[in-house]
Design a protein around this ligand. Structure first.
Ligand SMILES: Cc1cc2nc3c(=O)[nH]c(=O)nc-3n(C[C@H](O)[C@H](O)[C@H](O)COP(=O)(O)O)c2cc1C
Length: 329
């Protein structure tokens, strides 16, 4: 598929996630087949004021390409000025505008999902960014309860020059509650000619297949499922190709991925920007015995101890399996 003039080899994208999708995490997902990766959202104001934190967020490398930088803000001038700086400084392939974040701090400031109440402001923002940068511009929205109003916003985004739109099928008020409603992405895909990306609750091959078949969208964007298991990109793409699930030892896979993640953090000099304990805890989500290990991880800051604790998780689990096999025989 293509977004503007950017060729993208695959249809599974890594969602932008604040405090998660740093360059090291994105590279890990790329290795497992994420066709397009997004930076954490970056404040347009912070870009203009050269806030140091934006540097680690915007950073990328040649192997990651194509990648997108996501910006948020509340004014067309600020966002388009920031887009122009970001384009020159970090050379992203795509610039994405956040029109969906429901966090109070953004909404109070008139950014993120607060903009969904002001369609003409959205038009101004997208068209100003489109006029300022040479890379494709995209937008990521949440839905409104009203289908017609949601479709109107999507059309405005297309008319203003965007090359793609991502639709997270939840409203601002829902935050992360309930199930994502993909009928919005389906109808937007039906009405628009730009690429449409469906997002929300894609966790495995089955959900991915169901959502892509139902919406007929160009791509799927995966967030929380990748947070604890970057391997999910390989699992899903295998399922979409063959209809079969990959049979891996999930525990050792996750721990190996965490170790690789630590190596990449070190390689990119990002260790001090990341809360290692929090990331270690995500990587153990859904693993048997994980709760106890997460409690222990929360008590230490030492990298070696964290890795030992995670290693012990797989050993305990495989010992338990061996024991239960023994009793079964
Ligand atoms: C920890 C976290 C941080 C997020 N940060 C962003 C962000 O920076 N920009 C954005 O557009 N969405 C952000 N989101 C929303 C995700 O991109 C995605 O839309 C949402 O999680 C639904 O997809 P999922 O069900 O696959 O997780 C964030 C979500 C999570 C869980």
């Amino acid at each position: 598929m293509k977004i503007g003039n950017i060729k993208i080899h695959g249809n599974l994208f890594l969602a932008p996630m604040a405090d998660v999708t740093n360059p090291a995490f994105r590279m890990l997902c790329k290795k497992y087949g994420a066709a397009l990766t997004y930076s954490e959202m970056i404040s347009a104001d912070a870009v203009l004021h050269e806030n140091a934190r934006t540097t680690s967020r915007g950073l990328s490398c040649e192997e990651e390409k194509p990648f997108a930088i996501q910006l948020f803000g509340n004014s067309a001038t600020t966002i388009s000025d920031a887009a122009s700086i970001v384009e020159e400084k970090y050379a992203p392939d795509i610039i994405d505008i956040n029109l969906g974040c429901p966090a109070k701090v953004l909404v109070k400031d008139g950014s993120g999902s607060a903009l969904l109440e002001f369609p003409e402001k959205i038009r101004d923002i997208i068209s100003s960014v489109y006029g300022k940068v040479s890379v494709p511009v995209t937008a990521k929205i949440r839905v409104l309860r009203d289908m017609r109003e949601t479709l109107e916003i999507a059309k405005i985004i297309e008319e203003a020059g965007a090359s793609a739109i991502t639709v997270h099928g939840r409203t601002q008020a829902q935050q992360y509650a309930g199930k994502a409603e993909h009928k919005y992405a389906k109808n937007i895909k039906n009405e628009l000619s730009i690429s449409v990306i469906a997002n929300g609750d894609i966790v495995d091959g089955y959900s991915a297949k169901q959502i892509i078949d139902y919406t007929e969208c160009d791509a799927l964007m995966i967030g929380r499922a990748a947070m604890s298991n970057p391997h999910v990109f390989r699992d899903i793409s295998h399922f979409l190709r063959t209809g079969e699930q990959i049979n891996t030892d999930e525990c050792s896979q996750r721990i190996a991925d965490f170790k690789e993640y630590m190596r990449l953090l070190e390689l990119y000099g990002l260790e001090e920007h990341v809360d290692i304990r929090m990331h270690a805890q995500w990587f153990t989500r859904g693993i048997k015995g994980g709760r106890h290990v997460r409690q222990e991880i929360s008590k230490t800051l030492d990298k070696k101890s964290i890795i030992q604790l995670m290693d012990s998780l797989c050993t305990q689990f495989s010992e338990k399996n061996e024991n239960s096999n023994f009793h079964g025989n």
